[in-house]
Write a protein of this length. Structure first.
Length: 339
């Protein structure tokens, strides 16, 4: 079919004009050859490169500027692409790579399909950075995250820990492909050693890390150094193989003798307020003098879901940061042991 045989659908043209006005139509018939050439580079939202026939039509229009039939077809295509861009409500519509040009590595993990039909996802071997999901309410952040976790290839290679306020991940236990890869914990089932640090992490380094986590998660705590001193004193008084618990630290702070109006007492009260509230709301998960829970958890891949419906945000931040920094310190302090 030649350009002269193509019939211009006036109904679509009237729809574009009625919806968006006359100014939305790109009159390529009146464009110069240079202006038509710039459609490929200056108007990425038109996505003309997705279809090779569009690029061929641009070449025809530039080769024969007097061919009005070719210009009219090009005008129709530009209008259609403009309408798709506007109705998509996607500000990144023009930034997606051209259709069919992506090369997926063997360990590629598809997450969501882009408007071009290609898949957006992650490469498992490159999961050494943080991933941030940003979007307004209803933009499918949770759905995208769940789609990622539904892939057995991911859960067989990395350890993922998810804290949730709802019991929305229990359905994962019923998926045959994920059998043995998903574990659901209630909050009181965690066994976190408050004073026992990872293998290779010294007591002073570990205690200082716990004090920093507490100071960063609780705004009312005003003395990281005072807490570190008391935690070190407890560590020195514990017998071999036993470590101080959160409850023991709270009792130590309660029994500390300070002048009521001294600065030391203000420090003590600020730490006591935060740690006592943490202990009362975490159902005893930090009351273990010794535990290998985190060591076992991080030694195997899979998905661990912790249901913490009633936990306040600052306590949730402390628990998640505590577990994450425990593993981080273990990796940092044991780097020299790797061959």
């Amino acid at each position: 079919m030649t350009a002269r045989d193509f019939k211009y659908p006036k109904r679509l043209d009237n729809f574009v004009r009625r919806q968006f006005g006359d100014d939305i139509r790109h009159k390529t018939i009146a464009m110069s050859t240079e202006q038509i050439a710039k459609l490929k580079t200056d108007r990425p939202e038109l996505r003309l490169a997705d279809n090779p026939s569009n690029m061929q039509l641009l070449q025809m229009a530039m080769a024969d500027p007097q061919d009005k039939d070719t210009r009219e077809i090009l005008d129709l295509i530009v209008n259609q692409q403009t309408m798709q861009y506007i109705t998509s409500n996607d500000v990144l519509y023009g930034n997606y790579p051209p259709k069919g040009q992506l090369i997926y590595p063997p360990d590629f993990l598809p997450l969501i399909q882009m408007p071009t039909g290609d898949w957006f996802g992650l490469v498992i071997s490159q999961l050494c950075r943080n991933v941030l999901f940003i979007g307004p309410t209803g933009s499918c952040k949770t759905t995208c995250f769940k789609n990622m976790l539904l892939n057995p290839k991911l859960l067989q290679n990395v350890r993922i820990i998810v804290f949730v306020k709802k019991r929305e991940f229990r359905g994962f236990l019923c998926i045959p492909e994920l059998y043995g890869l998903v574990t659901i914990f209630r909050l009181n089932e965690l066994q976190l050693p408050f004073g026992q640090h990872a293998h290779g992490v010294t007591t002073r380094v570990g205690d200082n890390e716990v004090s920093k986590i507490t100071a960063s998660c609780y705004g009312k705590m005003s003395s990281q150094r005072y807490m570190n001193i008391k935690l070190n004193e407890l560590q020195d008084s514990c017998p071999s193989g036993s470590y101080p618990t959160l409850m023991q630290l709270v009792e130590c702070l309660k029994n500390a003798k300070c002048h009521p109006f001294s600065r030391e007492n203000l420090y003590r009260e600020s730490i006591l307020f935060s740690l006592q509230d943490l202990h009362e709301n975490t159902e005893g998960i930090f009351d273990y003098a010794s535990s290998n829970f985190l060591e076992v958890l991080f030694s195997t891949p899979g998905l661990a879901v912790v249901e913490a419906e009633t936990l306040a945000q600052e306590h949730l931040s402390f628990v998640t940061t505590f577990m994450m920094r425990w593993e981080y310190c273990r990796r940092i302090c044991n780097q020299g042991d790797k061959p």
